[in-house]
Design a protein around this ligand. Structure first.
Ligand code: 13P
Length: 256
């Protein structure tokens, strides 16, 4: 089956709301609106820029979808510094990155937290982009498959098969993030194939053939083409190169 490609820009802790408005406007000038007929394009600004980007996309009718970089699983409460799924839903946020390796490694996010967030995002009609990936040590010890399939299993625990089919998974080898060292397209394709096989075991062949799995880690205009040619790779989660509208536009136009 053919899955609709999805290219998402994770801006991490970059771009004020003023910069963010300029970036989406510049991006929109550089991408033919017809491009969006065949590919989902998502930008994930910081929380402080979500509202500004939302109003820019809506006012200028730019068919880019809005994503957030994290969420708390509770609706509201005494959770200083957190943002709830209801708050994101009200901003027309369509996608929420959950379990990014930076949240797991730097902020102590556990598989259990990640699972609660996935469930909360789904319960609010938004789509999680559930991130998984191994460290360099784990890769060198031959533990890549065990690590990523374990994270997928834990992250999607308790999710129904038909709902799981709508989730986006992102395979991001930690050693490839922000390092300029990307996984080869063959290696990324192989691990993503293993992730899809795990989804098949958990939810059946239908869900496995529908679920979209991105690659992330030093994706650039120069390597997006060969990554997207791989049969298992359905898109990319782009960090550094998505900050620059020229580079991200070239990634979005990978077919040209
Ligand atoms: P880079 O594209 O900067 O390597 O970041 C990847 C990433 O972590 C996206 O979530």
């Amino acid at each position: 089956m053919s899955r609709r490609p999805i290219l998402a820009g994770n801006w991490k802790m970059h771009h004020t709301h003023l910069d963010a408005i300029q970036v989406v406007q510049k991006l929109s000038y550089q991408v033919d609106p017809k491009t969006y007929d065949d590919v989902d394009v998502v930008v994930c600004p910081t929380f402080t820029a979500l509202r500004s980007v939302q109003t820019t996309l809506e006012a200028d009718r730019i068919p880019i979808q809005l994503g957030a970089q994290d969420v708390h699983w509770e609706e509201h409460g005494a959770f200083t510094g957190e943002v709830s799924p209801t708050m994101l839903e009200k901003l027309n946020v369509a996608y929420v990155i959950v379990g990014h390796s930076e949240r797991r490694e730097l902020f102590g996010e556990t598989d259990d937290n990640v699972n609660k967030k996935v469930q909360a995002v789904l319960a609010h009609g938004m789509t999680p982009i559930l991130c998984v990936g191994e460290t360099l040590d784990e890769r060198e010890a031959g533990q890549t498959q065990a690590k990523v399939t374990g994270q997928v299993r834990a992250g999607l625990a308790g999710v129904k098969a038909e709902v799981a089919a709508t989730v986006v998974l992102a395979y991001e080898p930690i050693w490839a993030i922000g390092t300029g060292k990307n996984a080869t397209s063959e290696d990324a394709n192989e691990t993503i194939g293993q992730i899809r096989a795990e989804v098949r075991e958990m939810f059946g062949a239908g869900t496995a053939s529908e679920i979209r799995i991105q690659y992330g880690g030093s994706v650039k205009p120069g390597n997006i083409g060969e990554l997207m040619e791989m049969p298992e790779i359905d898109g990319a989660l782009v960090g550094g190169a998505s900050l620059d509208p020229d580079d991200f536009a070239r990634i979005i136009r990978y077919r040209d």
